[in-house]
Design a protein around this ligand. Structure first.
Ligand code: ATP
Ligand code: MG
Length: 752
């Protein structure tokens, strides 16, 4: 392996393997590329003997981690044991390996924002707090901020002083933490905080990691928060082989606790640090760089740096201010159609907006113009009701103490269990010190339930317990199928026989493909896919993780999630004061600077073409108003703008309004509207039929009358021969896996 593809500074950085190193450089200068090469170099030549497991590399998204691993392995072959992951995933691993030190039980779960809000909602209600004064969103933001700064409830009240308000928040925060513990659960912020505490308070554990990871690297270091910084510092303390990579101009998560000082003060924390600056940009054309620079130079709190490129100036930046927001969306759709062609696929385009609320109009316009797109917003498929329900069932299998999951599904499908009954069950669980699942596994308790609920509740407890006991003999897909069918969930959808139910079934099958992909991927890398890992993936995947680079679709995402990515053509809509920069940032200099950095991040995603647009009149959150053009537009150097000097853009090329084939100008009526979701799905079956079939298939599974000598096949262990069979179990000698005892009634075993 050589480092031929790198320039002089990049190579210097890759070769500087011992001692602290800061790579401070602007966007698109190859920071991530250099870090990747550096890892490959370390493994191939730097560390002797070959020890990939001594590498720890931290990235900002799971997706970025996956890509980095792939590139490294392409350069130097398979690297088992190397940790390339996000801070959250690393914390999770550390806690899994040391759950006792963190004061948790083995199978603790991670609550995502939806669970977190549901739990807070209950607590706010229990404490009789007024939701007008203490809205969930507000309280959860405070708690999150406190945790990011490593302050528990006591530290919060101490710092805040006792007021009516702070006392209530203190109570909510304390109760929230108590209930999380009781449910053997952590939220995202706890992951980092608990991992940090484990390392800080247990020198043996810390030393173990320090010994193991002799090379530590962090990408996007400018966006680390206080706790992430502390974790890195602890881990690198002994050997100081820490390489951090970042750009102070791209710090865009201060509002979430990122601390720009972490990168600016790196040289203070590590006085031996070598600093390397990369100045050549390989991503963007000259005009795009000039545009980004003309905006960011207005920030005062930054290290001055200037990027240069060998590339041509390229196209000017197009600026179009349309008469309203709908026009803006159709303008963008039309431009995409004009630019798309043999050399540019739809996946070369990205629309990057300031807030998710802007996305709907683009979806409409793209749909009308028949342009395929993928949207990466908070509301994703994990958050669909039916997937959430199924995930909750799976979570109960992994952790029976997960109260939020239990409450979510006890009456899903409808079992005739109302809120009052749930309350009674909770009280009983509290008195007995048992989990809710334990409580409903008790026949006496079930007898006390409303008559119509008894059977279905009993069935629910049975199937969850069975899946729990047999977990090691089942694949994740098996567990999913069993839950889907034997909790009655699928049946109840089937019986509804509505279009909505059908769409839900389709989503559930979609989710199954997702599980299947996860299992196949794991299998391909020679690892076993566990339920726990799967649930962790579901809980920790961020927006950017859903982005597929070769999808054949236009990407819609927020500016924040676009960090680190690049696209040939970028649209930045909504260049208006109050939207971008956001209305909340306009009265504070610091926030204004953060918005400006966000603008810089957005512009520097573009390789060839950059379009900035705005609307004279916009409806946002139900309010329509006239707008003023963004301050950032006024900062841009006019000479690189292509706007014909005419700020209000009048469509020249098409009087029909929307795209080429939607209007009826040419005598053809627009084709009937098809919901986008279905448009390019490969699935051609009728979901209802399919559901019926798998319900039928599963009903009989594992109930065959097995006799010794029968040849069988099993979903997880493959082919084998029955050697023993009694009322409850079958013992099989598998060709590959040896002897296994399986529970009847759930074993995914077929006679051959
Ligand atoms: P960001 O600040 O946006 O995260 P970055 O500094 O991490 O950007 P990369 O994403 O690593 O930059 O690189 C930007 C582009 O430049 C990539 O397409 C990469 O392949 C290319 N590139 C990086 N270094 C070189 C090089 N020495 N020669 C040619 N191309 C390069
Ligand atoms: Mg990068």
């Amino acid at each position: 392996m050589d480092l031929q593809s790198l320039n002089k500074q990049q190579r210097e950085a890759a070769l500087h393997t011992e001692g602290p190193l800061l790579i401070l450089a602007g966007a698109g200068s190859g920071k991530t590329a250099t870090m990747t090469q550096r890892i490959a170099y370390l493994i191939d030549q730097g560390i002797s003997p070959y020890k990939p497991w001594s590498i720890l590399a931290l990235t900002f998204t799971n997706k970025a981690a996956g890509e980095m691993r792939q590139r490294v392995e392409k350069l130097v072959g398979s690297c088992p044991g190397m940790w390339i992951m996000t801070f959250h995933s690393m914390s999770l691993r550390i806690l899994r390996e040391n759950y006792e030190a963190a004061g948790y039980e083995k199978n603790f779960v991670v609550y995502d924002t939806v669970d977190q809000k549901a739990l807070l909602k209950n607590i706010i209600k229990e404490l009789n707090a007024d939701t007008k004064i203490y809205p969930i969103q507000y309280v959860s933001a405070i708690i999150s901020k406190e945790k990011e700064a490593d302050r528990g409830p006591d530290e919060y009240i101490e710092r805040e002083g006792e007021t009516l308000k702070s006392k209530m928040i203190y109570k909510i925060y304390r109760e929230y933490q108590r209930q999380l513990r009781k449910n053997n659960a952590m939220d995202f912020d706890d992951l980092l905080r608990n991992a940090y505490h484990v390392l800080r308070d247990n020198s043996e554990i810390l030393e173990g990691y320090q010994r193991r990871f002799s090379y530590i690297m962090v990408d996007e270091y400018q966006d680390t928060n206080h706790i992430q910084y502390q974790i890195v510092k602890l881990m690198a303390q002994a050997h100081q082989n820490l390489c951090v990579v970042g750009d102070d101009d791209q710090c865009i998560y201060e509002w979430r606790g990122a601390d720009i000082r972490n990168i600016l003060d790196f040289e203070k924390d590590f006085p031996q640090a070598k600093v390397i600056k990369l100045e050549q940009n390989y991503r963007s054309s000259g005009n795009i760089l000039a545009a980004a620079h003309s905006v960011i130079r207005n920030n005062r709190g930054r290290k001055s740096k200037r990027l240069w490129t060998e590339q041509e100036a390229g196209h000017k930046i197009v600026y179009a201010r349309l008469s309203n927001d709908k026009e803006e969306a159709s303008y963008i759709a039309r431009e995409i159609q004009l630019l798309e062609g043999p050399s540019r696929g739809y996946d070369d385009f990205a629309i990057l907006y300031r807030t998710n609320a802007q996305s709907r109009l683009f979806e409409d316009a793209l749909r009308q113009a028949r342009i395929p797109y993928q949207i990466l917003s908070g509301f994703s498929f994990y958050e669909r009701k039916e997937t959430k329900d199924m995930i909750s069932y799976m979570r109960l299998v992994a952790n029976p103490r997960d109260e939020m999951a239990f409450i979510r599904v006890i009456n899903e499908p409808k079992r005739g269990i109302g809120e009052k009954t749930v309350e009674k069950l909770r009280t009983l669980a509290g008195v007995r010190g048992q989990s809710l699942l334990d409580v409903i596994s008790d026949d006496e308790v079930v007898e006390g339930l409303p008559a119509k609920a008894r059977d279905s509740v009993k069935q629910m407890a049975e199937i969850i317990n069975l899946c729990r006991d047999e977990q090691s003999n089942l694949t994740i897909s098996d567990i999913y199928d069993n839950l889907l069918i034997r909790t009655g969930y699928m049946k109840s959808l089937e019986e509804q026989n509505t279009q909505e139910a059908e769409a839900r079934i389709e989503n559930l099958l979609d989710f199954k493909s997702f599980i299947f992909d996860f299992e196949s991927e794991k299998k391909a890398s020679g690892e076993e896919a566990t339920l726990q890992e799967f649930l962790e993936k579901v809980a920790t995947d961020g927006d950017a993780d859903k982005y597929e680079s070769e999808s054949g679709k236009v990407t819609l995402m927020t500016l924040h999630s676009a960090k680190g990515l690049e696209f040939p053509v970028v649209f930045m809509p909504g260049m208006e004061d109050g939207l971008f920069p956001s209305h909340r940032s306009m009265d504070s200099m610091d926030k204004m600077e953060e918005e400006r950095r966000l603008c810089y991040v957005g512009m520097t995603r573009a390789k060839e073409r950059l379009f900035l647009t705005g609307a004279e009149y916009r409806v946002l959150y139900g309010n329509g108003s006239f707008t003023r053009e963004s301050e950032f537009m006024r900062e841009l150097e006019p000479s690189i703008l292509d706007s014909d000097g005419d700020m209000i853009y009048t469509p020249k090329r098409n009087s029909g309004g929307l795209g080429v084939n939607t209007g009826s100008m040419d005598g053809f009526a627009a084709p009937a509207y098809k919901p986008y979701e279905r448009q390019d799905k490969k699935i051609t079956y009728d979901p209802l039929q399919y559901a019926k079939r798998i319900v039928k298939e599963n009903a009989g599974m594992g109930d065959d009358d097995f006799k010794p000598g029968d040849e069988v096949s099993h979903s997880k262990f493959g082919r084998g021969m029955v050697i023993e069979s009694d009322q409850k179990t079958v013992t099989v000698m598998f060709d590959g896996e040896g002897r296994k005892k399986l529970a009847k009634g759930i074993a995914r075993l077929k006679k051959l």
